[in-house]
Ligand binder design. Structure first.
Ligand code: PRP
Length: 212
């Protein structure tokens, strides 16, 4: 049996058509079932549905043989024990620094101010600001980062931006881009070695399903 870990939420909806093009069709509609292990049209391949941030963990420990994870999630996880053979071209967005329109971010950086940054992406934020030589206090949040500057919790945030609608609705401006983000196929290294032929066939099918 091959187990594929899929993240709940937005990437999931984009992943289903991609899987379909690779001939992998869930045996029951994943959006309506509460079941977390779902069979597929391929008898030896099943899907497990997990939180996006848990996908690398399932694959790293071999509880799933492969999975779909955003580059943002992989930056935080570190990617140990994982092959990343494919950019799947889905879940496209960017990791950014955003601040209220009234906060002069560039000036604060220029004069070497110590910035308070709220984010779910602590590792990526730490690496980014360290690379720029900017001193930051990082405040870990688990969601609704956009609220933090409005509520006085932070000067700025590090978050994903897709359409930009969430920033606009909260009077925040994108002041710096950290990294472009898309979803990657991640594969357990040991599984890929030990069951190479079967695993490579699945990876190849997915590679052919990625839009050019
Ligand atoms: C992400 C991100 C922003 C929003 C950006 O949250 O954290 O809040 O999407 O999208 P936009 O630029 O198109 O408005 P998501 O909906 O993935 O939920 P999350 O807060 O659980 O990460």
């Amino acid at each position: 049996m091959i187990t594929l870990a899929l993240p709940k939420g937005r990437i999931f909806d984009e992943a289903l058509p991609l899987l379909g093009r690779a001939g992998i069709v869930p045996a029951e509609p994943p959006e309506s079932t509460r079941r977390l292990i779902i069979g597929t049209s391929i008898p030896d391949l099943r899907i497990v549905v997990v939180r996006a941030s848990d996908v690398p963990t399932y694959v790293q420990y071999g509880a799933a043989d492969l999975g779909i994870a955003g580059a943002d999630i992989l930056m935080e996880h570190g990617g140990g024990g994982l092959y990343q053979p494919l950019d799947l071209g889905i879940g496209i967005c960017r990791l950014c620094v955003a601040a209220p329109a009234g906060f002069d971010y560039a000036e604060a950086v220029r004069r070497g101010a110590r910035l308070r940054i709220a984010t779910k992406y602590v590792q990526a934020a730490r690496d980014f600001f360290a690379g720029k030589g900017v001193h930051v206090d990082l405040i870990k949040l688990y969601g609704s980062m956009e609220l933090a500057p409005l509520a006085g919790l932070a000067d700025a945030i590090v978050d994903l931006v897709s359409s930009g609608a969430t920033l606009r609705a909260n009077d925040l401006l994108e002041v710096e881009q950290i990294a472009p983000i898309s979803s990657r196929l991640v594969v357990n290294q040991a599984a890929f070695k030990m069951r190479h032929e079967r695993m490579a066939a699945v990876v190849d099918a997915l590679a052919r399903a990625v839009p050019a």
